[in-house]
Every structure is written in C-alpha cells, then in structure tokens.
Design a protein around this ligand. Structure first.
Ligand SMILES: Cc1ncc(COP(=O)(O)O)c(C=O)c1O
Length: 446
C-alpha cells in the first residue's frame, strides 16, 4: 500500500503541510512605528492551534467531543474546581451561572445551601460593566443593585457593598474588570454576613489572583471568555468553573438543553438505565435522553473550537506573564505623566492578569483629544465597556436600584480609556506607545 493510501499517514502529511503553511502564511511583518497598527488585542497562536483545528475537522466529530473533554479536564485542574463547563461565549457563561442560581429543584433533587434566586430578588453588581454581565440578571427578572466603581481599579467600590445590601438582596455578581481583581476579602465577608451567593465574572481575568488565591475560585461559580481579546481564545467560547458541588449537575443540565441525562454528545445510556427512569408525571421508562429537569439552553461548543482552546490552554501562564510584563513596562513608562493621568491602582493583595492598561485623564484634559491623538498614531484604544451602563440606550429604563450615587462611574465613562497589553505586543511597540502618550502631553503643555 502506498504511504498516502493509509488514512493515518495521509493525516500526518496534511498536518505536516499545515505546519509548513503556518510558517509561510501566518508570519507578522516587522513593526513599523506609526504604520503598523498597535492593536489593543489579538490572537497569539502558532502551528499548534492550526494543527489541532485541522485534526478536529478531519475527525469530523463536530459537536463537543474528545478535544472538549480534554479542555474541560485541563480547566478543571487549572481552577481546582468541582467542574468546568465549556460554553459558546463568556456571555453564555454568565447566563448559565445566573440560570443555575435561579433553578427550582424538583422534589427529591439535591438542594443548594443558599436559597434559589426568584423574581424580585436583588443582585449587587457594579454600574460600570459589560452588558452581558447584566442581561442575565434582567432576563431572570432579578433586580440589579448598582454600586459605584473606583477610578484606578475600575471595580465595584468594596467599601459600598455592605451598605448596598437590602432586605431582598440575595447575590453579588462580581466582575474583575480588565483583569484587575476585585477585593474578594470584603465581598466574601459581606456575603457570609448576609447569606448571599457570590458569582464572579472572570471573563477578563483568567490567571489573576487575590491574596494568593486564583480569581474564579472565590464564588460559587465563575465565568471565563475565550473570545480573541482574552487571555486565551477559541474564537467564540467561554466556560463556567463550578466551585459549589451542589450546582454541578444543574449547570450541566441547563447548558445541555435542560435535560436530566448526562451522556456526553454521541453517547447513550451512561447511567445504565436509560429506559428505567420514573420521574415526575412521566410515563414509566420514558427515554432518559428526553427527560427535562430544567428549562435549559444549548450553549455547547464544537470540537473544532475546543481543539484551538486546548492548544491555547497549554500557554495560559506564559500569556498571563507576558501581559503582566507589558503592563509593568507601560506603567513605568507612563509614571512621569501622573500629573495628567490616573494610572491603574492595584491592591497590595491583588495580582492582575491584565486585559488592558487603563488610564483616566485628569481634569483639564479631554479624553476625546487623547484618543484622537493615539488613534492617529495607529494605537488602538478602547473604553471601559459600557461605562455607567444606566446611560446606555438599551439599559436606561431597566428596573433597578442604585445604592448611593454613581459619580465615579460617570467619571470613568467620561474620562477613562485603555490600550493593549496582550502578548502580541513587543517591547518596541510598548515603547512607541509610551512615546506617543508622552508627546501628547508635551504638545499640550507647549
Ligand atoms: C467582563 C466581561 N464579561 C463578559 C464578557 C463577554 O464575553 P464574550 O465576548 O465571550 O461573550 C466580556 C467580553 O469582553 C467581558 O469583558
């Protein structure tokens, strides 16, 4: 038999060609200051991601399969969590967490320690936020309670959380904005005092720590995003780390159509009694695959996505360290500009996994002018997501409660921007960014 008549050899040939193709087609041209766009984020990958992707597509499993299984296991080990569920985005991860807390257990089903969230219950969350941290709260007819955010950390002001708790408050939904950890000591203390659920939006913060503990391991559950701007990517994707063992099967069921059955895709009869169940008012022996214990979704990923994610997941620590290095270099370089800019403020207990480098312009400086200057020099900028979300057209009329005033959230909306720190940025690019920032303020002074 000729070598390529054998599918295994044929696959080896294809994958060898993929490696060659990567080397030919995916090299980045050298950086030219002012000409090359210094993006705020980007995919960082090599031939391993391409090989995995092609391998998964040749296997043609399509739905979550062997790669997804490996990636879930690796992320479970990373977080030391009870479970890790891959989903199709960070937004879906947030939805899944809220839906899980709202799940009404059927009689005989395992109960959680804290009460199920019901319509009208309140959830404390920051005013400066990403929209899909908020929408699952609204869609479950829970009431968001907005607290003001801090300039510098861009997180919920921890000093406000305790007093924001009201008689209907049942949960705190904590994002670690831009990868800067929120003060989880304070969040935990308030939650314990008032018997509140804590869930973390860790979409920006994979690998960050607070007091030596990994962000995403404090709450009952936490989300991550694997969109290309984030620490690792699989194109579209994300996941939920489930830390509370009582929530494992609920979250898995809600992700997988709400079904009671826990067979992996393509498998049948994992429970060994597929036609032997008798639940609720169902006919005896009703096929377990079609028994629904919750009104769920289908939030699963494809194995091609997971294949990319698996290659990326080998490099989490490397990527996070590169982000930290770029962050430190920018911080040192922009320090002389502190009369004009508020630089990031990091709690002594926090080690960020930076998503970007945020700065807030001080009074007398127009953010719009600085953004125009940076963009004209081909440095990409971003704002802190939705800013004070209550000023967004889609959120201005939502049912909510505000604790105190949102003055600093408004200030962040007006005066803050961020630039990139992702691992694709070189020292030359970072130095160029510092130079362009510095030029803006020396021109402004002249
Ligand atoms: C804090 C936060 N939460 C949620 C998301 C949503 O993630 P995805 O884009 O994967 O849906 C993002 C996206 O950047 C985010 O920054």
């Amino acid at each position: 038999m000729a070598k390529n008549d054998n599918p295994i050899h044929m696959k080896e040939t294809i994958l060898r060609l993929v490696r060659q193709y990567y080397r030919m087609a995916h090299q980045r041209p050298p950086f030219e200051p002012g000409k090359t766009r210094v993006t705020y984020s980007g995919r960082v990958y090599d031939d391993r991601e391409l090989v995995n992707l092609v391998d998964a597509s040749l296997d043609f499993w399509l739905t979550a399969g062997p790669y997804a299984e490996k990636l879930e296991a690796r992320m479970r080990r990373f977080f030391g969590s009870q479970d890790f569920l891959l989903v199709n985005s960070g937004s879906s991860a947030n939805l899944l967490m809220v839906a899980t807390l709202c799940h009404e257990p059927a009689s005989g089903e395992r109960k959680t320690d804290l009460p199920v969230l019901r319509p009208g219950d309140e959830v404390i969350t920051p005013a400066v936020t990403f929209p899909t941290t908020l929408t699952p709260i609204m869609h479950h007819r829970l009431i968001p309670v907005f607290v003001d955010c801090e300039v510098g950390t861009y997180n919920m002001d921890p000093g406000l959380i305790q007093d924001a708790v009201g008689p209907k408050t049942r949960a705190i939904f904590v994002p670690h904005t831009l990868g800067i950890p929120c003060d989880m000591d304070t969040v935990g203390a308030v939650a314990r005092l008032h018997n509140l659920w804590v869930i973390e939006d860790g979409c920006d913060a994979l690998g960050a720590t607070f007091d030596g503990q990994l962000v995403g391991t404090f709450g009952a559950m936490s989300s991550v995003s694997f969109y290309p701007a984030h620490q690792i990517t699989m194109g579209e994707g994300g996941g939920v780390a489930v830390n509370d063992p009582n929530l494992k099967s609920i979250a898995r069921s809600l992700r997988d159509w709400g079904r009671h059955c826990w067979c992996d895709p393509g498998k049948s009869n994992t429970c060994g009694k597929r036609f032997g169940w008798q639940l609720g008012m169902l006919p005896a022996g009703y096929d377990h695959k079609y028994i629904y214990s919750s009104p769920g979704y289908n939030l699963k990923v494809t194995d091609m996505q997971a294949a990319i994610g698996l290659a990326q997941s080998e490099r989490i620590l490397e990527f996070v360290e590169a982000r930290r290095r770029n962050f430190r270099r920018l911080y040192e370089g922009l320090k002389p500009l502190e009369d004009y800019l508020v630089l990031p403020i990091i709690d002594a207990r926090a080690v960020p996994s930076p998503f970007g480098f945020p700065v807030t312009v001080r009074s007398g400086i127009k953010r719009r002018d600085l953004v125009a200057h940076l963009e004209a020099a081909n440095i990409e900028t971003r704002l802190v997501f939705g800013g004070n979300i209550l000023r967004q057209p889609g959120f201005a009329h939502i049912e909510h409660r505000v604790f105190g005033r949102l003055e600093r959230s408004d200030l962040i909306m007006q005066n803050t921007l961020f630039v990139g720190v992702y691992p694709g940025l070189t020292d030359l690019m970072i130095d160029y960014m510092i130079e362009v920032f510095t030029r803006f303020f020396s021109e402004a002074r002249a």
